[in-house]
Design a protein around this ligand. Structure first.
Ligand code: GAP
Length: 456
C-alpha cells in the first residue's frame, strides 16, 4: 500500500462527501436547502462523537477522584451572562455591505482597505466605499422565556458550558464533600451566532463542549495550569492523532478572552491550516468573583486546614466535541493504492479512515462470503453473538471487495468473513483494515480476539 497524493484544498470536499455517504454528518434541514453552519450526526457520526465524549468523561471524571461530573441546563438566569462579561464583551466587530447586504467580520482578510472609508472594497460584490464602519455584534443567541416577548423576558442560549459549572460550584463542593483543589466537568451544547462560520463542523452555530473547571488556591494556579496542559496533550495524543500535526499556541495579550489571564490552545494542522480545537485557560477568580458580586451570594471557600477564606482561582480545560471529532476524521482520512489479492486489476485506489479502533463507530463487519451453502446462517449466528459485546455490522451485499471498501470508508477496523472453511471447522478470517492482513480465528474466540485488539 502506498499513499496516493491528495491536494489539500480537495480534502475537505472529499471528507464532507464521505461523511454524508457513510452516514457520519449531514447538513441540518437539508431538504429545505440546509441551515447555515448547523450539522446533524448520522448513525456512524453519533457513535464516533459519543466514543470521543465517553473517552473524555472516563479520563476526566471516572479516573480521577478530584473531579465531579455535572449536567447543567442550557438556559440560565440572564444575570449570569452579565456577570460573566458575555453581555458586554462577547462580541465580534462586524461590517455590512450597503450594496449586496452581506455581513463580514471587520478583520476578514478578504476585505481590502478600511471599512467605513471610501477605499474599502466588499469582498463579495467588489463595490468600493459600501462597507459600513465596524460595530460590535454580540454572538449570543437570544430568546424569550414565557409567553411575552418583551425585554424583561430575554434569555440567552449559553455560549459556553463553563458558567453552569461556576453557578453550581458550591452545590457540588458541598454535596460531594470535595476539597480544593478539585474540578467539575461537563459535556453539553453551546450556541454562538458566529458571523463567519464554516469549514464543515469546525465552526458552527450549535456545538458541544467538553469543559472542566479546576478550582485551586490562589497562588497555585500556575502549577495546575502546567499540569493540565500536559494532561490534555496526553489525552489528545491518546486519540491516535499524529503528533507532528499537533502544536501549542500561546495567546498574545490581544487574543486573550475577556476572562483569561493566560491561555494556550492545542492546535491541529487541518487541511485549511493550523487551528485550535482545545484551550487551557487561567481564568483567575474572574468568574466566581463576578458571580459573588452580581448574585450577592458568598462564593468563597473556607480552607478547613488553615481556616483561610478565599475565592478559588480556576484553571479551565475547554474542548469542542465537534471540533475534536473533525480532528479525528481529518487525521484518519487516507487515500491509498492497494495491490495484492484485494485489488481486482493488480492495483486499486481506496479511501480509508484509519480511526483508532476503540474510537471507530463500528468495531467489525460480518460478511458471509456467498449467500448460500449455510454461510448466511452461520454469519448471522456470529453477528448476533458479537452484537452483545460490540457495535457490529452485517453486510451481504455485493462482492467481498466492495464490502471491504465500504467498511474502509466507515473506518471499521475488522472485517470478519464466513467462508467455506467456516462451515467445516468453525473458523473465520479476520481482515485488518490497516495492514489488510488476514488472521484465521476460531469463531468461539472472536469476542476475546476483538476485545484484545480494541483495547487502548
Ligand atoms: N469556556 C471557554 C471557551 O468556551 P473557547 O475557546 O471560546 O473557550 C473552547 O471555546 C472550544 O470550544 C474551542 O477550542 C472549540 O473546540 C469549541 N468551539 C468554540 N466555538 C465553536 C464553534 N463556533 N463551533 C464549534 N466549536 C466551537
Amino acid at each position: 500500500m502506498s499513499p496516493a497524493p491528495v491536494t489539500a484544498d480537495k480534502i475537505m470536499d472529499k471528507l464532507v462527501s464521505l461523511a454524508k455517504r457513510r452516514g457520519f454528518v449531514f447538513q441540518s434541514s437539508e431538504i429545505y436547502g440546509g441551515l447555515g453552519s448547523v450539522w446533524d450526526y448520522g448513525p456512524l457520526g453519533v457513535e464516533l462523537k459519543k466514543n470521543i465524549k465517553e473517552r473524555w468523561w472516563r479520563s476526566m471524571v471516572h479516573e480521577r477522584e478530584d473531579i465531579e461530573g455535572l449536567d447543567a441546563a442550557i438556559l440560565m438566569h440572564p444575570k449570569v451572562w452579565e456577570a460573566s462579561g458575555h453581555v458586554a464583551g462577547f462580541t465580534d466587530p462586524l461590517v455590512d455591505c450597503k450594496k449586496c447586504k452581506n455581513r463580514f467580520r471587520a478583520d476578514d482578510p478578504r476585505i481590502k482597505g478600511t471599512p467605513g472609508q471610501p477605499d474599502a472594497q466588499c469582498p463579495v460584490c467588489g463595490s468600493k466605499g459600501t462597507l459600513t464602519a465596524p460595530r460590535q455584534f454580540n454572538l449570543m443567541f437570544k430568546t424569550f422565556m414565557g409567553p411575552v416577548e418583551e425585554q424583561a423576558a430575554v434569555i440567552y442560549l449559553r455560549p459556553e458550558t463553563a458558567q453552569g459549572i461556576y453557578v453550581n460550584y458550591l452545590n457540588v463542593l458541598q454535596s460531594s464533600r470535595q476539597k480544593i483543589p478539585f474540578g467539575i466537568a461537563q459535556i453539553g451544547k453551546a450556541f454562538r451566532n458566529e458571523i463567519t462560520p464554516g469549514n464543515f463542523i469546525f465552526r458552527t452555530r450549535e456545538f458541544e463542549q467538553m469543559e472542566m473547571q479546576f478550582f485551586v488556591k490562589p497562588g497555585t494556579e500556575n502549577e495546575w495550569f502546567e499540569f493540565w496542559r500536559s494532561e490534555r496533550m496526553k489525552w489528545v495524543e491518546g486519540l491516535g492523532i499524529r503528533s507532528d500535526k499537533l502544536r501549542w499556541h500561546q495567546h498574545d495579550t490581544d487574543e486573550l478572552a475577556h476572562y483569561a489571564k493566560d491561555a494556550y490552545d492545542i492546535q491541529y494542522e487541518f487541511p485549511f491550516g493550523w487551528q485550535e480545537f482545545e484551550g487551557i485557560h487561567n481564568r483567575t477568580d474572574f468568574d466566581l468573583s463576578n458571580h459573588q458580586k452580581y448574585a450577592g451570594k458568598k462564593l468563597d471557600y473556607l480552607d478547613p486546614k488553615t481556616n483561610e477564606r478565599f475565592i478559588p482561582y480556576v484553571v479551565e480545560t475547554s474542548a469542542g466535541a465537534d471540533r475534536t471529532t473533525l480532528v479525528v476524521l481529518c487525521d484518519a482520512y487516507r487515500e491509498e493504492e492497494v495491490g495484492g489479492a484485494e485489488a481486482a486489476e493488480g492495483s486499486e485506489q481506496r479511501v480509508v479512515l484509519k480511526l483508532k479502533p476503540s474510537l471507530a463507530p463500528l468495531k467489525a463487519a460480518v460478511f458471509p462470503l456467498v449467500n448460500k451453502d449455510g454461510m448466511p446462517e452461520l454469519a448471522h449466528r456470529i453477528y448476533d453473538d458479537l452484537r452483545r459485546h460490540f457495535n457490529v455490522f452485517y453486510d451481504d451485499g455485493g462482492s467481498i471487495g466492495r464490502r471491504y471498501r465500504r467498511q474502509d470508508e466507515a473506518g471499521t477496523p475488522f472485517g470478519i468473513t464466513i467462508d467455506g472453511q467456516t462451515t467445516q471447522d468453525q473458523t473465520v478470517t479476520v481482515r485488518d483494515r490497516d495492514t489488510l492482513k488476514q488472521d484465521r480465528v476460531a469463531a468461539a474466540q472472536l469476542v476475546d480476539y476483538l476485545t484484545q485488539k480494541l483495547a487502548g
